[in-house]
Design a protein around this ligand. Structure first.
Ligand SMILES: NC(=O)c1ccc[n+]([C@@H]2O[C@H](COP(=O)([O-])OP(=O)(O)OC[C@H]3O[C@@H](n4cnc5c(N)ncnc54)[C@H](OP(=O)(O)O)[C@@H]3O)[C@@H](O)[C@H]2O)c1
Length: 344
């Protein structure tokens, strides 16, 4: 089969198109013919060594073993099953829960042995992938590309919304709102949990699209006085912030949060380190939440909401698998709307 492997830490030239053997599923695994694999920042950081290099580089302490096939957001068809797998799995169209873990239900995303597809296991930048049968779920939509875009971004966004218990009528500030996670945070907060969403983007040309996703107000981080604009459109401070930007909008977020507000962060696309005046946190009774991925039960609830049409796929563009280098460079550009997908 054809696959694209990361051969070591570095630039996109470390992504190489290779021919390799089709993986063989173990007793409890299935073999999936990959039809679509959406891109996430995680595989770019893995290649760049942005999680650290050597023994600190991956989701596991021993680090990433190269060569590694990246890609976690996979939709495809089960074409072969292991001996212990129920025959009903054959020919099913599935999406993959993206990690293994010994954590108990509800805690699987914070277990020490959590191991991620595309980092500790070979992933979906390939024509085939082997994965545990019990981590394959029915595809939520009829189309492979549309079904592939929810896995990591959607699970992360769903978990963030549940973590802060978004309530109907609350105001939620969503940063990075045109990105993969943010565009789902907007939809989930507004359309699943009934919140009023203020979406922060760079380019205000995206305003109409963001409103279609459920945003009540769309503001630009390029504004000279974003905090003032947020307070003004909301008629006061906001209840919570769902953040993927980190440093660039941290001060603004703390500034516009109400007393007793919640700040939930799962990414730092706009800067990984920041300055924090602790007095703001305690004098405003702010709760800080760190967030990575989510649980299997949350994944099921997400897929259910997708299949019911409450949340829609937002796809910026697709690339053939052979153009993985181009696709990863494109992913890093500002102003995308939603996900970038590779098609083997
Ligand atoms: N913890 C988890 O489980 C998890 C899961 C998925 C992703 N993440 C992380 O979450 C972050 C976003 O991921 P994504 O897939 O949504 O990426 P993405 O699709 O590239 O979106 C990034 C978003 O951040 C915005 N942004 C970037 N720099 C900014 C700045 N200086 N100021 C304000 N906004 C800025 C972008 O706006 P422009 O388009 O205007 O640049 C865009 O809206 C990444 O750091 C990723 O690693 C974490």
């Amino acid at each position: 089969m054809k696959s694209v492997q990361v051969t070591g830490y570095g630039d996109v030239d470390k992504l190489e198109l290779v021919d390799q053997a089709i993986p063989e599923p173990t007793e409890t695994e299935v073999l999936i013919k990959v039809k679509a694999c959406a891109i996430n920042n995680t595989e770019i950081w893995m290649r760049e060594g942005a999680y650290g290099v050597g023994s600190k580089s991956g989701w596991r302490p021993e680090g990433v073993q190269f060569p590694r096939t990246p890609g976690s957001d996979i939709a495809g068809t089960v074409v072969e099953i292991g001996k212990a797998v129920d025959k009903s799995m054959l020919e099913k169209d599935v999406v993959l829960f993206p990690f293994t873990s010994s954590g108990k239900p509800g805690l699987e995303h914070i277990a020490e042995d959590m191991s991620f597809i595309g980092s500790e296991y070979d992933g979906g930048y390939a024509e085939y992938v082997a994965w545990p049968a019990d981590l394959c779920f029915d595809m939520p939509l009829a189309d492979y590309t549309e079904s592939s875009v929810f896995t990591v971004s959607g699970l992360t966004a769903w978990h963030m919304n549940e973590q802060i218990h978004v309530q109907p009528g609350e105001t939620i500030l969503v940063t990075g709102a045109n990105g993969g996670v943010g565009s789902l945070n907007v939809q989930i907060a507004a359309k699943v949990f009934g919140a009023k969403v203020i979406a922060i983007v760079g380019d205000l040309a995206l305003e109409d699209e963001m409103k279609k996703l459920g945003a009540s107000h769309v503001l630009s981080y390029k504004s000279g006085d974003l905090a003032e604009e947020i307070i003004q459109v909301n008629g006061g401070p906001v209840d919570s912030v769902l953040d993927v930007v980190g440093d660039a909008l941290f001060a603004t977020s703390l500034n516009v949060l109400k007393k007793g507000g919640k700040f939930c962060i799962s990414g730092s696309a706009g800067g990984q380190k920041t300055e924090l005046d602790f007095r703001t946190v305690y004098l405003k009774h702010i709760t800080l939440y760190g967030s990575v991925l989510g649980t299997r039960a949350e994944f099921k609830r997400l897929l259910q909401a997708v299949s019911e049409g409450k949340i829609n796929p937002v796809i910026d563009r697709t690339f053939p698998l052979e153009e993985a280098r181009k696709a990863q460079l494109y992913f890093k550009k500002a102003g995308k709307l939603g996900k970038v997908v590779l098609l083997p």
